[in-house]
Write a protein that binds this ligand. Sequence first.
Ligand code: AMP
Length: 397
Amino acid sequence: MKYDKKSVEDIDVHGKKVLVRCDFNVPQDETGKITNDKRIVASIPTIRYLLDHHAKVILCSHLGRPKGKFDLKYSLKPVAESLSKILGFTVKLAPDAIGEGAKNLAESLREGEAILLENVRFYPEEEANDPEFAKKLASLADIYVNDAFGTSHRAHASTAGVAAFLPAVCGYLIQKEITVMGSALENPKRPLVAILGGAKVSDKIGVINNLLEKCDTIIIGGGMGYTFLKALGKEIGKSLLEADKLDYARDMVKKASEKGVKFLLPKDSLAADSFAADSPFIATEDENIPADKMGLDIGPKTIEAYRNAIKGAGTVIWNGPMGVFEFDAFSMGTSAIAEAIVNEKGVISIIGGGDSVSAVKKLGYSDRMTHISTGGGASLEFLEGIELPGIACLLDK
Ligand code: AMP
């Protein structure tokens, strides 16, 4: 996939109606009140740029899973209110996304004004990427901007389909994702170190396969580390094991060695009696875990080895925690790795989505990373080297 895509700055938006696909899928409480407006705030730079450059802005997004029909619970009304407050003028909410209501509001737009279409997932055609639906959505505008990275791995009508009918560019959020992560994958500042953790090997196979071709070092932690250790003949007690991935794990270790990629596995663990925050635990002597215990975090020797492996890195890509960071007693490994990264001068640090993002935020390191990817599934597919439809459909530079 090409990562060099045209952005809002590469197209003349003056006086044009611009359809912007945002990610306004915000968390809400039971009354519908938005409990965290970060995604709305994050979308403002692109919207502001368009308004300042005399565009007529038509915003759209999904919210929740309304299953293809109108459901007040998933209305974007609270988002329109929040946007109005932030932007300082009323952002009208259209009663639909492709009907007369949307058309009339879009027609009445003046330069420097914005409206919000109602939830695109009120239509089953959205997720089906129905070309007729995409065409109707596109007919509201002259230009399409995608700024919803979190849904860019989905080929839906509003995330990709509309690009067949309009000149399509990215907004600032997607631009940052593809610039930082794209160059880390295509032309990284070396050495490139990947840190992979989390629960399961099976979730990360695509990522491991792709990164093995590009990295100088791969560091493995978290629950998935135990399948690798077992594959190498170590005792792993009651730790997480994916027995059907043992051959794969052995192959990867072999492949890494053939390619000259350093492939680091835990040297010791914090091994607990049970999967519980207050479980008694020991630090093991070596890789082996007693039969009645389970590894819930990397141990002190591993932390030391991983710190050394991060030293001197040009780029670090991190996906997946080193242990069960949700329990304080088993968050030390993840915390120590985060600290090692932020203390590394000049390193480009990329947190590749999902649980590692929550871990880095929970442990207080998020402001000190170069880039925290905003997508879960999208980031993972990006790291797997898979073409993301919401990005592939945009104009190349
Ligand atoms: P993932 O979504 O695949 O990145 O996995 C994240 C989850 O893996 C987190 O909820 C962690 O608690 C869990 N995890 C990390 N290390 C372990 C471990 N050693 N045993 C069990 N679960 C783990």
